[in-house]
Ligand binder design. Structure first.
Ligand SMILES: CC(C)(COP(=O)(O)OP(=O)(O)OC[C@H]1O[C@@H](n2cnc3c(N)ncnc32)[C@H](O)[C@@H]1OP(=O)(O)O)[C@@H](O)C(=O)NCCC(=O)NCCS
Length: 162
């Protein structure tokens, strides 16, 4: 399966799809973490394809030698989409002379915590109740509970030194 998946850069024609995919997963066309509102559809990134079907997306932002994974989403989990998107991002970050790749996830997101730590990322910061604050102020769309029935409260930052 992995050999049939192609990773291509997000193009202008994909803007609406990225916006809609973000809205479906994250409840709005923006995300808010590390104290900032971010619009994935305005960012560079990659789309995973199986034939003509879009099956995953990653958006990122490079700033001051750090590459942030703003969103990553597999529309079909556990067939290597996430790993292939991450591999492509790593190549890009190295080409852009980044020193690290980082991201924010939430305390309930066990699949993301598993995924990143098994791929060399370390927890670099924890922001207790950051999501609770965001829900109360900027983004009421954030659900109270995550998919594992765990209350979504904290932001967890992970990083990979490259
Ligand atoms: C986190 C996330 C991106 C991982 O993506 P994914 O496409 O499932 O990732 P992969 O398929 O590459 O790897 C997931 C697991 O499937 C396994 N896998 C991959 N291909 C497989 C196959 N053909 N058969 C069996 N297992 C397979 C991998 O080994 C991996 O397991 P491991 O981490 O225990 O080694 C995905 O769970 C997701 O989209 N979550 C929702 C959005 C989200 O929370 N994003 C993160 C917020 S920052």
């Amino acid at each position: 399966m992995a050999s049939k998946i192609e990773i291509k850069p997000i193009g202008k024609k994909d803007t609406e799809w990225v916006k809609e995919t973000t809205r479906e997963k994250f409840g709005a066309d923006f995300i808010f973490d590390a104290g900032k509102k971010k619009y994935p559809y305005k960012l560079p990134g990659f789309i995973a394809y199986l034939g003509n079907e879009k099956i995953g997306v990653l958006t990122y932002e490079i700033m001051n030698g750090s590459c942030e994974i703003v969103t990553i989403e597999s529309l079909k989990e556990k067939i290597s989409i996430g790993s292939l998107l991450l591999k492509k991002l790593k190549e890009t970050a190295i080409n852009e002379n980044c020193r690290r790749i980082w991201l924010i996830t939430t305390n309930d997101n066990l699949s993301a915590l598993n995924f990143y730590q098994k791929r060399g990322f370390n927890i670099s910061n924890v922001y207790p109740n950051a999501v609770t604050k965001t829900r109360e102020t900027v983004k009421p769309e954030i659900p109270l509970y995550g998919e594992n029935g765990i209350e979504i409260k904290d932001e967890i930052e992970l990083e990979l030194k490259i």
